[in-house]
Design a protein around this ligand. Structure first.
Ligand code: FO1
Length: 308
């Protein structure tokens, strides 16, 4: 497989597809454009969960059990914090802290989030471009039956229990795409939308001015991997959220969500798919490295078919 590819991603499901693509493609031919709407400051430190999940996953350091953070993590910081009566709803492992501290120092010194991400990826010898959607601060907010909640309060502290009425992205209207984002989309032989939550993980990326229009203009096909499996979400709140937003929990709704720029949809197994569109089927569950490569391979082959 040769060429240049871009993938829009957020969360664990997204990182698994990026890992599969990274394993299959030649070095430096993949750009991962990452959601930063989940980013926030905690104890004064800048946390970028989706960037870090990707860094840990691709470098083989991800905590498989938790689905976030590092493997072999220790929690001395959290224990010390608890002993002092500190807030402990969001867990920062001792090793994970190193990233946040270093990122904090870099941002404080005037470095951009994209520049510090390049340095982290290089330190772990990752041969792909990991690019935040924007270097400007964009924050996802959930309007819920408990009032407005910043994303991590909704997701981690409240375990996605509040009912969501709408989702918004503070700062998105004036945010600029990070350097390389638009170029990566426009020059790609194909752009993939990972099986990330369309409303919480992909929409923040699409809310950055210029990114949606780049997807509409790009020469290659745009292909999404549906996050639904047997009409449910693999992990996380996608299905619950779709219901709360008044949507059918179906691949028709996933297609409709991306319809203006999407050329093809990959759905799981025999799951129902909208009629009259380009669909490919595979087992989209990515338990193992082989699964990740298989799903990535199906996506790349599908892109080739759509290019013909
Ligand atoms: N998710 C949790 O469910 N609980 C946590 O305590 C937690 C801590 C955490 C620390 C660093 C990091 O990069 C991610 C962390 N996550 C945690 C995951 C993260 O908040 C979400 O999975 C993503 O934002 C959704 O994609």
């Amino acid at each position: 497989m040769t060429g240049r590819y871009a993938v829009l991603t957020g969360g664990v499901g997204g990182a698994k597809l990026v890992d599969g693509l990274y394993r299959l493609l030649p070095a430096n031919s993949l750009t991962a454009i990452v959601n930063t709407g989940d980013d926030f400051r905690h104890f004064g430190l800048p946390i970028s969960p989706d960037i870090d999940t990707l860094l840990y996953t691709l470098s083989g350091n991800s905590n498989q059990k938790l689905g976030w953070g590092r493997e072999g993590e220790t929690w001395n910081f959290m224990e010390a914090l608890r002993s002092l009566g500190g807030e402990d709803w969001f867990n920062l492992g001792d090793g994970d802290l190193a990233l946040h501290v270093m990122r904090g120092i870099a941002l404080q010194a005037g470095e951009t989030l994209s520049a510090v991400t390049v340095r982290f990826a290089a330190a772990w010898e990752l041969a792909l471009n990991i690019v935040p959607m924007s270097d400007d601060v964009v924050a996802t907010w959930v309007e819920s039956d408990e009032g407005p909640l910043p994303f991590q309060r909704y997701f981690v502290e409240r375990h996605c229990q509040p009912k969501v009425k709408s989702v918004s992205f503070e700062g998105a209207a004036t945010a600029r795409p990070a350097p390389g984002v638009i170029e990566a989309i426009k020059s790609a032989d194909a752009v993939l939308i990972a099986p990330s939550n369309p409303w919480l993980s992909v929409d923040p990326i699409l809310a950055v001015p210029g990114i949606r229009s780049a997807l509409l203009d790009c020469a290659g096909p745009v292909i999404a991997v549906s996050p639904l499996v047997d009409g449910k979400a693999v992990k996380g709140p996608t299905a619950k959220l779709m219901g709360e937003l008044g949507l059918a929990i179906s691949n028709d709704a996933i297609w409709d969500h991306y319809a203006d720029f999407l050329d093809g949809l990959i759905v799981h197994g025999d799951d129902l798919a909208p009629a009259g569109i380009a669909v490919t089927r595979t087992d989209t569950m990515m338990h193992s490295a082989n699964d990740r490569e298989r799903v990535a391979g199906v996506a790349l082959n599908f892109a080739n078919v759509l290019l013909e």
